[in-house]
Design a protein around this ligand. Structure first.
Ligand code: UDP
Length: 431
């Protein structure tokens, strides 16, 4: 019998979650859940979505009477596949929509029609999307056109600027009015949704599932260090040096920003006491600049993107994290690693408020100065290097599984609405 893991606190809205281990089936039976036919379709397409959804898939997979189907769009083929392999997930449907140099409008069109076809074939009772990608936005839209309810994992992140991050800020805002369940990682994100007049009883504070993924993967690596042994040679090569872990891939930083980042890394790595570990995102806008400006340097390990166990080990090895990533901003505070964020705004203010993250933009001199301060000023370093869990306690997926099953048990789906007698998608000639 599958059990939900122990959850250590109530979600902020909806049914409080028991603090004891409880079989999901018992919870569902108590609610009068028929348990016979409910089907959930979980859609994702990129590395961060896979990392943040695999704990949810695992939590839902054991629920009796629930069919969980996974559909990957493969918006980012290679990076996505790395996560699927580690999480031991084989998607049920693989749209394989990645095309080299795809434009956003072409990608969006292909995602929308591809996901619509999948929904017509699968006829799910609920669609789950994550975050703010084109896959999440089109998955929600295709579900809406079929009046299938949507649960949005990592709902409510807002930077307040539609061009930072671009196009993610608008992608996630589009999901908001569609979603029936808003699974907000923090109280800040829940509040952002309430400000947008999203009904309070549809918003649930769950924690961010990335912390579940981080804990699960850290435990796996601790059990089996061979999973991350690919970093042994770098660990030996840089023994005794302070390690700066770098990731960068944001669209807003392409061009001048990326060139400034490359020059700053070169200046940081000129110090004998420092080494830079830099898994380089495969996007040509990153690779070409790093080739041209950074080149090969003794104190820099420019390496291919790491699979998740290796990346978790790299985070553990790092003294300082320099990134423009969203997910890394959430993981670093949980490990007590100071994280300098190469962005002008963030939709994750919790790390900044907790003192573990600092927004520094992409000015070359500022990046160098901020890193040198942390390297040379022990008090400044200690002030930032404190483990906090503003993004969750590692039990978000269990909360989400309980909320989703409650929702299905209650049977409040839009199919009950008379305006959709066929239960099929609206036709363009009528709507
Ligand atoms: N990550 C990884 N390997 C890498 C770099 C990052 O597994 O080489 C993980 C990282 O731990 C985080 C996620 O990828 O969970 C972040 O993805 P990304 O930075 O691509 O996207 P964002 O979070 O900015 O949307």
């Amino acid at each position: 019998m599958p059990y939900l893991p122990v959850v250590t606190g109530p979600c902020k809205s909806g049914r409080p979650i028991d603090e004891t281990s409880q079989p999901v089936s018992a919870s569902l039976n108590a609610l009068g859940y028929k348990g016979s036919m409910s089907k959930i379709l979980i859609i994702f397409g990129t590395r961060p979505e896979a990392i943040k959804l695999f704990p949810v898939i695992r939590a839902l997979a054991g629920v009796p009477g629930l069919t969980v189907r996974t559909c990957v769009t493969a918006q980012h083929r290679g990076l996505l596949d790395q996560v699927l392999a580690i999480a031991d997930l084989a998607p049920d449907i693989d749209l394989d929509l990645m095309e080299p140099g795809q434009t956003l409008d072409r990608l969006t069109a292909r995602l929308l029609t591809g996901l619509g076809d999948v929904m017509d074939a699968e006829r799910p009772d609920l669609v789950i999307v994550q975050g703010d990608t084109a896959t999440a936005m089109t998955g929600a839209l295709a579900a809406y056109y079929r009046k299938v309810p949507v649960a949005h994992v990592e709902a409510g992140l807002r930077s307040g600027d539609i061009y930072h991050p671009w196009p993610e800020e608008v992608n996630r805002r589009i999901v908001a009015p569609i979603a029936a369940l808003h699974l907000a990682p923090t109280e800040t994100s829940a509040e952002a949704l309430r400000r947008e007049t999203i009904a309070a009883d549809t918003i649930h504070v769950t924690g961010n599932t990335v912390i579940d993924a981080l804990h699960w993967t850290s435990a796996k690596v601790a059990e089996d260090p061979a999973l991350a042994a690919g970093l042994d040679s770098i660990a030996a090569r840089f023994a005794g040096k302070r390690i700066v872990l770098v990731t960068t891939h944001r669209r807003e930083n392409f061009g001048d920003g990326m060139a400034a980042i490359a020059r700053a890394i070169g200046r940081i790595a000129a110090r004998d006491d420092v080494a830079v570990v830099f898994p380089v995102h495969p996007n040509p806008n990153v690779v070409s600049v790093m080739d041209a400006i950074l080149g090969d340097r003794g104190n820099v390990a420019r390496i291919a993107p790491l699979d998740y166990p290796h990346f978790v080990r790299a985070l553990g090895m790092a003294d300082i994290v320099l990134t423009d990533s969203g997910g890394v901003q959430e993981e670093a505070p949980a490990l007590g690693k100071p994280v300098l964020v190469m962005r002008e705004t963030t939709e994750r203010p919790e790390g900044v408020a907790a003192g573990t993250a600092r927004l520094i933009g992409t000015d070359e001199d500022r990046i160098v100065a901020e890193i040198f301060t942390l390297l040379d000023d022990q008090a400044a370093y200690s002030a930032m290097a404190r483990a906090h869990n503003p993004f969750g306690d590692g039990h978000a997926a269990a909360r989400i599984a309980a909320i989703v099953t409650d929702f299905l048990a209650a049977g409040t789906t839009p199919e009950a609405a008379p305006s959709n007698p066929t239960g099929t998608a609206a036709h363009a000639d009528r709507d």
